[in-house]
Ligand binder design. Structure first.
Ligand SMILES: NC(=O)c1ccc[n+]([C@@H]2O[C@H](COP(=O)([O-])OP(=O)(O)OC[C@H]3O[C@@H](n4cnc5c(N)ncnc54)[C@H](O)[C@@H]3O)[C@@H](O)[C@H]2O)c1
Length: 381
């Protein structure tokens, strides 16, 4: 190696070593509902100091810090992500804003040299997600997407079963889960803030459960449908929220993936059926049934069943339900982000995977609006 190359590496090594010896300087962008979960676990981490918080609503970040017992003399408050990033030396931020500002906050942070833990869903549109991925690549910073069910050992078990070849070649997946009645409120129900409804809130979790298990093949085409028969109807939603409601509360899609795999998808904040059913994965050597939930947290809903022929006998194996991690999924989600930044590890939930998740969600929206199947085009980044 030439001296010039050696010298160009030295400062980075020193910088990383210095970083490991001091606290990780953290900022929270958006101090609404989900920021609470970030704040509570960050407070437990001795090697992290939350030094900055930002929110568009005047006084909201200050009230938030007070409520969760932060030392107000040690936290700086800002009226938006821009002022915060321009004025602080941060190692990482949680982007906890509503979906519509995910892309702009994340791109700004990455471009200014700050690592990002971005709440789910990735963005509202595929185009935004592509711009975020480009900013990530150009910046060399770390971006992870906040899918805490990834930390669930039962979710990880699904991936291990597929990777161990227990199912053979996977060819069909039906994604179940969703709610008979469970429409959220706040900023979730308006296009201006959320962009998308049930699709972005719980549909992204349901997709991630199975796509992660099968290695996130590229989506090729989608036929999508979305509707909103419950959210805007005062018979099924409180009248004030019904008036504001202008996103989807139900969606379905049929998606072709690379490798000749099809995915039959449904998600619902509200309908007249008790449940849209379990998630099933069919393969040439076995099948897996994953009890679905109402998708409040996107994880496995109960004991999974593995179906296989054993020496000619059609057999059902009930898999043990693995216990929750002691500190909870949210702790692990934030911790894995910080550890990845500190030790130069890969992103725990990489944007390159969730870009495909987003392309399916956005594909369902676009196909539904066009009333026909569409091809999913994702450029190399
Ligand atoms: N992982 C989970 O389990 C989980 C659960 C709930 C919500 N979420 C996600 O978290 C995100 C936030 O949801 P929420 O319920 O906390 O929303 P919220 O509306 O309660 O809070 C969002 C806050 O972000 C602020 N904000 C928006 N743009 C900003 C900007 N540019 N700079 C600074 N502040 C800005 C808003 O003023 C608001 O106070 C959503 O994307 C949602 O999908 C994740």
């Amino acid at each position: 190696m030439s001296d010039q190359v050696l010298n160009s590496f030295t400062p980075t090594v020193e910088k990383e070593a210095e970083k490991a010896d001091r606290k990780f300087r953290y900022g929270i962008i958006g101090t609404g509902w989900i920021a609470e979960a970030h704040a509570l676990v960050l407070k437990e981490m001795e090697d992290v100091e939350v030094v900055a918080m930002a929110d568009l609503i005047p006084g909201k970040a200050e009230r938030f810090a007070k409520r969760y017992g932060f030392d107000l003399s040690k936290v700086h408050f800002y009226p938006s992500h821009k002022e915060m990033i321009d004025n602080e030396q941060l190692d990482g931020v949680s982007v906890c804003t509503y979906n519509a500002t995910h892309a702009e906050c994340t791109i700004y942070a990455l471009k200014h040299g700050v690592n990002v833990l971005l709440e789910k869903p990735f963005t509202v549109t595929t185009e935004e997600a592509i711009e975020v991925c480009k900013a990530e690549k150009e910046s060399g910073k770390l971006l992870t997407i906040g899918f805490q069910p990834r930390m669930d050992r039962n979710m990880q078990e699904i991936k291990r079963i597929v990777e161990a070849g227990e199912l053979g070649k996977v060819y069909y997946i039906r994604i179940g889960g969703g709610r008979r009645r469970g429409i959220p409120n706040s900023t979730f129900i308006e296009k201006r803030t959320a962009g998308i409804g049930a699709l972005g809130d719980i549909g992204c979790y349901a997709l991630d459960m199975v796509l992660n298990a099968i290695g996130y093949p590229k989506p090729l085409t989608v036929t999508g449908y979305k509707s909103a028969f419950f959210g805007p109807n005062p018979k099924y939603n409180n009248p004030t929220d019904a008036k504001r409601f202008n996103v989807d509360d139900f969606a379905a899609g049929f998606i072709r993936l690379d490798g000749d795999i099809v995915v039959d998808f449904i998600t619902s904040w509200a309908s007249h059926i008790n449940t849209p059913g379990d998630t099933i994965i069919l393969g040439t050597e076995g099948a897996l049934r994953i009890p679905s939930t109402e998708c409040w947290n996107g994880s496995v809903g109960g004991q999974m069943t593995l179906y296989k022929d054993v020496a000619g006998l059609q057999t059902e194996i009930k898999l043990p339900l693995l216990p929750e991690l002691p500190k909870g999924l949210f702790y692990e989600k934030v911790r894995s982000f910080i550890d990845a930044c500190r030790h130069n590890l890969p992103a725990p939930v990489p944007s390159s995977q969730i870009l495909y998740n987003q392309a399916i969600i956005d594909g369902i929206v676009k196909s539904s609006e066009l009333g026909r199947e569409i091809a999913i085009e994702i450029p190399e980044i």
